[in-house]
Write a protein that binds this ligand. Structure first.
Ligand code: ATP
Ligand code: MG
Length: 261
């Protein structure tokens, strides 16, 4: 069972505070005091199978349901395969795609269109890629953007300077258009890579997903490590993936999970 979180009421918004982009994941919005500050570029970093894609999909579908146009740019999976992952969610509505609220685009297809199918990109190709993403966001009036994953793009950028250039260009363009973005970052099982990575330093926010062994069971966990523009808890939560969405359960000290896990 999930623990219910009391959501901050709009009436209690502090004047001058950044407008929020509610993720629709109740527990995460609670941790973030209402949601991600609008325009932030947030890294969702975690090892394999820890729920990164599920978090991103829920964020986009929630936006689409609130009449915000959402775009999922997939690098690793063709969009047809991705749709199969979205359909089982209770909150998913087919009409969101037909209405153009929820958009899925395949990055390898984009590369092909742009004629940049090389294994390694240079500065010009990085610029071309960012410009193409920017025009997609502009044309479709996208307010929520997901890149799954930024790690797969970074493989083509052979040095740190290019990765830095790509991330800076991308986050500047996206926030300039008022778009709130999640960039998926794949990290090793031990999680050491996220510490001090270029991605982490540039991003406005870092959400880390991971694994935790408890009584012979492998639990998924989530922690907000950084989020510019809001105060937030840095506590570790247990992440539960269900067909009604991603649930966060506080992880209590002493080995038990609140709400019965
Ligand atoms: N709604 C759901 N209910 C139960 N299990 C789920 C649900 N959604 C996903 N899962 C399981 O959780 C796994 C991980 O979810 P998800 O794909 O979101 O993680 P990920 O971190 O993006 O994984 P990857 O590293 O493969 O990209 C899936 O492979 C699937 O088996
Ligand atoms: Mg994934």
């Amino acid at each position: 069972m999930a623990t219910r979180f009391e959501m901050p009421s709009k009436d209690r918004d502090v004047p001058g505070e950044r407008e929020r982009c509610a993720t629709g994941i109740e527990g995460l919005d609670h941790v973030l005091n209402g949601g991600i500050p609008r325009g932030n570029t947030v890294l969702v970093a975690g090892s394999v199978g820890t729920g990164k894609t599920s978090i991103c999909i829920e964020f986009l579908v929630h936006g689409a349901l609130e009449a915000e146009n959402s775009l999922y740019l997939s690098v690793t999976e063709p969009t047809t395969k991705l749709l199969k992952n979205v359909i089982p969610f209770d909150f998913f509505e087919d009409k969101l795609i037909k209405q153009g609220r929820l958009n899925f685009v395949d990055l390898p297809q984009l590369y092909e269109k742009l004629g940049i199918e090389k294994a390694a990109f240079d500065f010009d190709e990085v610029k071309l890629l960012v410009d193409t993403i920017a025009s997609l966001v502009e044309e479709r009036d996208i307010q929520r953007f997901v890149l799954d994953s930024v790690t797969s793009v970074n493989y083509r950028l052979k040095d740190h300077e290019l990765i830095r250039d790509f991330l800076l260009k991308l986050s500047t363009v996206l926030s300039g258009k008022g778009c709130t973005s999640l960039l998926v970052s794949e990290i090793g099982m031990t999680g050491e890579h996220v510490q001090g990575s270029v991605e982490q330093a540039i991003a406005d926010g870092v959400i880390v997903t991971g694994n935790l062994e408890r009584r012979g069971d492998l639990l998924r966990t989530l922690q907000v490590v950084k989020m510019r523009g809001t105060s937030h808890s840095r506590a570790k939560y247990v992440l539960d993936l269900t067909t009604s969405g991603v649930l966060l359960v506080p992880l209590l000290k002493g080995g038990s999970v609140a709400g019965g896990g």
